[in-house]
Design a protein around this ligand. Structure first.
Ligand SMILES: Cc1cc2nc3c(=O)[nH]c(=O)nc-3n(C[C@H](O)[C@H](O)[C@H](O)COP(=O)(O)OP(=O)(O)OC[C@H]3O[C@@H](n4cnc5c(N)ncnc54)[C@H](O)[C@@H]3O)c2cc1C
Length: 447
């Protein structure tokens, strides 16, 4: 038995941050991970996929030359994308640098599967660590396959395969039209792969505003992608040419199948029952200090507050403050922002119109385009703001367009700080920027 102050079980982005910060503050911290320090984001998620998107966007921009600036010959190649992901982003899926960063901060690192074996105790490969202050859970998620007949046991791809591709297939079916499915589908299409997206909901990125889904669907079809929404998948299988997805009214065929339709929380079999929690819950619901049981904190995807790296790190900062005896601020989810990095980008924050209505808010909405800059760049765009009319503040907003995720920052500030719409509508907005497109939309809300 070894002793320490804190065990951080699972080192996703938040766990890695919390372990490092607590160690720097002088606590004796043991960080545990069975895979790679940093979790899904740097090796299989955000970073490699955004490198793919950056490459595909560059190709797409090149394709606009004939319309806007003359002519150019473009020869797409996946080789630099695969090389940059392997060499520059993931160190060939090796976390030596991340482990060193953690140890340099003063933490100890234990590689292996950790299980809570008693209150305050975590056992990793036969060694038990007794943590005097507590355990921080950041075990994250793994790709999950939906319960579709025939899917289990098939050699379909998930995000963990797609980021390791060295050659592209001729054609692919993507099951899942959420952010990950859409981002990957569009990248592959921009590199010339024949892509079909199959989504069971009646629109792409169904948690976003319907206007965002509409713009994205048009962008996909303009690119020659096939999009099937409201799909009823009866069976998935293989024939001599590849994968077959059976829908109610037809069969889809492609060389490869990517499943991006949900994630499974890594909460089963980690001994939660030893700290008075359900053994295999769907999520852990933390209080405002991220506590889920006596001496146990939870952060990241497992809390169900938004599966984002920035959420994991936000919650980690809350835990660090709590464990170091600071006085908050504690977790607040009114202004959670999210970006789908498609072309156009969909940035959104807080409540959508329908979720605001469901909460009984006195909703007022207004929409507009990305203004003069949008017209100059000849790219589609949309701004939609959701206001609480009774209080005169924004409770949500969406910015779709080039840099939609950046334009979002101002809406996020407004929602977070509850700045009166009347204060925002008459401030200075640089001309001709994308964010200037916000002004007429804000003014509509006041009229
Ligand atoms: C393709 C893709 C793209 C994404 N793009 C974005 C994006 O652009 N922006 C964004 O904000 N988010 C993005 N995400 C989501 C983001 O990756 C996650 O929200 C983020 O990694 C935070 O996850 P987490 O902190 O919950 O832990 P994870 O990153 O899931 O890490 C959990 C860690 O815990 C370890 N672990 C689990 N159980 C145990 C155990 N019992 N013992 C030891 N170790 C254990 C795992 O090995 C893993 O390293 C993307 C995800 C995917 C899949």
């Amino acid at each position: 038995m070894e002793t320490c102050d804190v065990v951080v079980l699972g080192l996703g982005p938040g766990g890695e941050y919390a372990a490092g910060e607590l160690a720097k503050a002088g606590l004796d911290v043991v960080g545990v991970d069975e895979r790679l320090v940093g979790g899904e984001c740097p090796y299989f998620g955000c970073i490699p996929t955004k490198m793919m998107i950056a490459a595909a966007t560059t190709l797409h921009e090149g394709g606009r030359i004939s319309r806007m600036a003359g002519s150019a010959q473009i020869q797409a190649s996946w080789e630099p994308v695969a090389r940059r992901i392997r060499d520059e982003a993931t160190d060939d899926w090796d976390d030596t640098v991340a482990v060193k960063r953690l140890e340099d901060a003063g933490a100890r690192f234990a590689r292996g599967h950790g299980v809570i074996t008693a209150p305050g105790q975590v056992t990793i490969e036969g060694t038990t660590y007794a943590a005097s202050k507590g355990i921080v859970l950041n075990t994250g998620t793994a790709p999950a396959a939906p319960p579709i007949d025939g899917l289990e046991g098939l050699d379909f791809w998930t995000n963990r395969d797609i980021v390791r591709l060295t050659e592209l297939p001729r054609s692919i079916i993507v099951i899942g039209g959420g952010p990950i499915g859409c981002e990957m589908a569009q990248v592959l299409a921009q590199f010339g792969v024949e892509v079909t997206v199959v989504e069971v909901a009646d629109r792409l990125v169904a948690v976003e505003e319907p206007e965002s889904s509409e713009i994205l669907q048009k962008a996909f079809t303009d690119l020659g992608m096939q999009v099937v929404t409201g799909a009823k998948i009866s069976r998935v299988g293989k024939d001599d040419d590849g994968f077959v997805v059976e829908l109610a009214d037809r069969s889809l065929h492609a060389e490869r199948l990517l499943v991006a339709a949900g994630r499974r929380n890594n909460l089963g079999g980690i001994g939660l029952e030893h700290v008075g929690l359900e053994a295999s819950p769907r999520v852990l619901d933390p209080d405002e200090r991220m506590r889920v049981a006596d001496g146990v904190w939870a952060i990241g995807d497992i809390t169900g507050k938004g599966a984002f790296t920035h959420m994991s790190m936000y919650q980690a900062a809350v835990v660090v403050r709590d464990l170091l005896g600071k006085d908050g601020p504690w977790a607040d989810y009114r202004a959670v922002s999210r970006v789908t990095f498609t072309g156009p980008e969909i940035g959104s924050v807080g409540l959508t119109e329908s979720s605001a209505r469901q909460q009984g808010i006195d909703v007022r909405t207004a929409t507009g385009d990305m203004g003069t800059r949008g017209w100059i760049s000849a790219e589609p765009g949309l701004i939609k703001l959701v206001a609480d009319a009774a209080r005169g503040v924004l409770v949500g907003g969406t910015a779709v367009g080039p840099s939609g995720g950046e334009v979002l920052s101002m809406i996020t500030t407004a929602v977070h700080a509850e700045i009166p719409i009347a204060t925002l509508a008459d401030m200075h907005f640089a001309y001709p920027t994308f964010h200037r497109g916000l002004q007429p939309v804000l003014q509509q809300l006041l009229s």
